[in-house]
Design a protein around this ligand. Structure first.
Ligand SMILES: Nc1ncnc2c1ncn2[C@@H]1O[C@H](COP(=O)(O)OP(=O)(O)OP(=O)(O)O)[C@@H](O)[C@H]1O
Ligand SMILES: [Mg+2]
Length: 155
């Protein structure tokens, strides 16, 4: 488990930016945390590394936004907050995206049965005392991402 502390929107984006060059096709990241925690900010940090920061928006109404990060790498940014049933993920063909690029799923815990066996869970928590502070925890679910996370963030 990696635990990071962010004291500004900028710092949260910088963490996303740090992860960005390591992303590969077939990876899935689940972003959890309250409304306004900073999930979309983290995604916007990833996009900014690829020069696409202005593309970042919460795909609340579209469920999934597609971004071409490079010629060979796509990012699928989901927000499943509005789902009432897990099966809605099947209805949009959600699982078919997993091997087509990197999938980032805001509120992914809502579709837990349809998540891949292994993924990176990113939980963002607000701090009670400091309105700009966030605790960002990154956990490897399954073993696939254990070494990956420490290579990205322990240096
Ligand atoms: N340290 C911080 N990191 C990230 N965002 C912060 C931080 N401090 C303050 N903020 C503010 O918190 C808000 C985070 O919004 P964001 O859209 O990223 O949340 P979200 O987790 O995606 O919410 P939602 O579940 O509604 O999609 C922004 O208004 C941002 O300016
Ligand atoms: Mg969001």
């Amino acid at each position: 488990m990696i635990e990071l502390y962010s004291y500004s929107t900028h710092e949260t984006k910088e963490f996303g930016k740090k992860l960005a060059p390591h992303l590969q096709k077939g990876q899935t990241l689940v972003l959890s945390g309250d409304l306004g925690a900073g999930k979309t900010m983290f995604v916007s940090g990833i996009l900014s590394y690829f020069g696409k920061e202005n593309e970042a928006s919460s795909p609340t109404f579209t469920i999934v936004n597609e971004h071409e990060l490079t010629k060979d790498l796509k990012l699928f940014h989901f927000d499943v907050y509005r789902f009432d049933f897990e099966d809605e993920f099947l209805a949009i063909g959600g699982e078919e995206f997993y091997d087509k690029g990197v999938c980032l799923i805001e509120w992914g815990e809502k579709i837990e049965s349809y998540l891949p066996k292994e993924y990176i869970k990113i939980s963002i928590t607000k701090d009670n005392e400091d309105i700009n502070k966030r605790i960002i925890k990154l956990v490897s679910i399954g073993q696939k991402y254990d070494a990956f996370l420490s290579e990205v963030f322990d240096k």
